[in-house]
Ligand binder design. Structure first.
Ligand code: LLP
Length: 419
C-alpha cells in the first residue's frame, strides 16, 4: 500500500513535525524528507536479500544527491550507483570511499573516464567503444559490463532500459566476445550488470533478466574469467496510488537468490535501488496561491510546477496529493492541481477530490523523494527550492532555496552590450 501519514488535529505530520509548520518556517515549495523512513527502506531491502546471500546495496543517487541524505545512507552501510563524475564527486564529498562507488555511465567521454579512473572508482562499462578507450586511459582497471538483457520493465516507455535495441549496454550477442576482448586487454574483470528499467511493479522481469545474466556468467566462466558479482540494477517500483499493492521484496529476494547457485561461483549480489529507498521518504509541500473555477474545470494553483516536480508533466506520473492543513477533511469537489509555469502542460495532479482548497493552504505531494528535487530546474527563472530533513520531531534545513541572483552568477554580458 501507498505510505500513509499520521494526522494530528487535522494536520498532516511527517517525522513528528506538522507539514504546515515546516511550510511556515522554511517557505514553499519545499521537499521534506523523513530520515527514519530512508533508514527503514534501506534496511528492508538490504535485509530481504542479505538473509540469503552476500548483498551490496548501491543506492542509485540520481534519485536524490543531497549530501545530508547521502550521509544517512553512508551511515547505513550503503554503496553508490553513480552515473556521472558529478555524482561520483558528490558521493566522495559525502564520505563514501571510492571502493563503495560504482560508476555506470552512458555515452561517456574520455575526459570523464580519466577523472573517474583517477579517483579509483570501479567502472561498469556500457559499450565496446568505452572499453577500448578505457584500455588506453587506465590499463588493467577493475571493470564490469552492463549488458542489454533483452528484458525491459518500467512505469512508462521513457524509463525502460533493458529491452533489445536499447541505447544501454552490450547487445546480447556481443557479450561473450566483449568479455574475451576485455581479458585480452588485461582488464581486472569483476562482474556483470543489467538494469531493466525503473518503476516496474512486477517481479517476473527481474527473474527473466537474472536467467539471462546467469547464462552469460556461465559462458564467461568458460573463458577462464571468474566473476565476483552479479548486479541486477535498480527498478523496484513503489505504490504511488492509495490502494496499489507493493512489490513483495522478500519473495523477490528468495526467487533471485535461489537462481544464483553455488555452481555459478558468484559470491555477491548487487542491487541499485533509487526509488525504493528514497521515494516515499519525501513529500513536496507547495502553497496554494490561487483557486479558479474555469467552468469546465476547477484549478488549485500552487507555487510548485514542473520546474519543481517534473514527473507528472514528463511521464504523466501519478502523485497522490492531500491538503496538509485540512488533513482527512471531507472532500468537496474535483480539482486540477497546477503550477506557476506558463505552459498548459504544467500540472502536478489531474481530477483530484480535495476538501475546499483556498489560498494559503498547503498541498502535500506524496512520493516526491525519487527524481523530484534531482530533476527540478530553473525554468521561468524560478530558483531551485529548499530541502528539509525531519527526524524525531525536529526539522532541519539541508538545502537552502536558491536566489534569483544565483541564476545570474555564470552569465556574462559582452562589454559591447553592457549598459
Ligand atoms: N541503476 C541504473 C543503471 C539506472 O539507470 C537506474 C535508474 C537505477 C539503477 C535506479 O532505478 P530505480 O531503482 O530508481 O528505479 N526519472 C525517472 C526514473 C529514471 C531512472 C533512471 N535510471 C522517473 O522519475 O521515474
Amino acid at each position: 500500500m501507498m505510505r500513509e501519514f499520521e494526522s494530528r488535529d487535522g494536520q498532516m505530520m511527517i517525522g513528528g513535525v506538522s507539514a504546515a509548520s515546516i511550510a511556515e518556517e522554511f517557505g514553499t515549495p519545499v521537499y521534506v524528507t523523513d530520515e527514519q523512513r530512508v533508514r527503514e527502506n534501506y534496511r528492508r531491502i538490504h535485509g530481504a536479500f542479505s538473509r540469503f546471500m552476500d548483498t551490496r546495496i548501491h543506492y542509485a543517487c540520481k534519485a536524490n544527491t543531497n549530501l545530508a541524505i547521502l550521509r544517512i545512507l553512508e551511515q547505513e552501510g550503503s554503496g553508490i550507483d553513480a552515473v556521472s563524475i558529478g555524482e561520483v564527486r558528490t558521493c566522495l564529498k559525502a564520505g563514501f570511499t571510492p571502493d563503495r562507488i560504482m560508476y555506470t555511465g552512458v555515452n561517456v567521454s574520455d575526459r570523464e573516464l580519466k577523472e573517474v579512473s583517477d579517483l579509483g572508482v570501479m567502472i561498469n562499462l556500457d559499450s565496446v567503444s568505452e572499453m577500448e578507450r578505457l584500455a588506453k586511459i587506465a590499463p588493467g582497471y577493475p571493470v564490469s559490463f552492463r549488458i542489454t538483457p533483452g528484458v525491459g520493465s518500467g512505469h512508462g516507455a521513457k524509463v525502460i532500459t533493458g529491452n533489445k535495441g536499447a541505447k544501454f549496454g552490450i547487445p546480447l550477442d556481443e557479450v561473450v566476445g566483449t568479455y574475451a576482448r576485455a581479458k585480452d586487454l588485461g582488464f581486472d574483470i569483476k562482474g556483470i550488470h543489467a538494469h531493466i528499467g525503473s518503476g516496474g511493479q512486477s517481479a517476473e522481469p527481474f527473474s527473466e533478466m537474472m536467467e539471462v545474466l546467469i547464462g552469460l556468467a556461465d559462458e564467461i566462466a568458460e573463458l577462464g574469467i571468474d566473476l565476483d558479482f552479479i548486479d541486477m540494477g535498480g527498478g523496484i517500483g513503489v505504490p504511488y496510488r492509495p490502494q496499489e499493492e507493493e512489490m513483495d521484496v522478500e519473495e523477490l529476494a528468495s526467487v533471485i537468490t535461489d537462481m544464483i547457485t553455488e555452481e555459478t561461483g558468484i559470491g555477491t549480489l548487487i542491487l541499485e535501488p533509487g526509488r525504493y529507498i528514497i521515494c516515499d521518504s519525501t513529500v513536496l509541500l507547495t502553497r496554494v496561491n490561487d483557486v479558479k473555477d474555469a467552468g469546465t474545470k476547477k484549478y488549485v494553483g500552487c507555487d510548485a510546477g514542473f520546474n519543481t516536480l517534473i514527473r507528472p508533466a514528463m511521464y504523466d506520473s501519478y502523485h497522490y496529493v492531500a491538503l496538509a492543513n485540512k488533513f482527512g477533511k471531507a472532500c468537496t469537489a474535483k480539482y486540477d492541481v497546477v503550477g506557476p509555469i506558463c505552459e498548459t502542460g504544467d500540472y502536478l495532479a489531474h481530477d483530484r477530490v480535495l476538501p475546499d482548497p483556498t489560498e494559503g493552504d498547503i498541498v502535500a505531494v506524496y512520493n516526491a523523494g525519487a527524481y523530484g528535487f534531482s530533476m527540478s530546474s530553473n525554468y521561468n527563472s524560478r530558483p531551485l527550492c529548499a530541502e528539509v530533513l525531519v527526524n524525531d520531531g525536529k526539522a532541519e534545513l539541508i538545502r537552502e532555496a536558491e536566489t534569483v541572483e544565483e541564476q545570474w552568477r555564470h552569465q556574462i554580458i559582452p562589454e559591447r552590450l553592457r549598459k
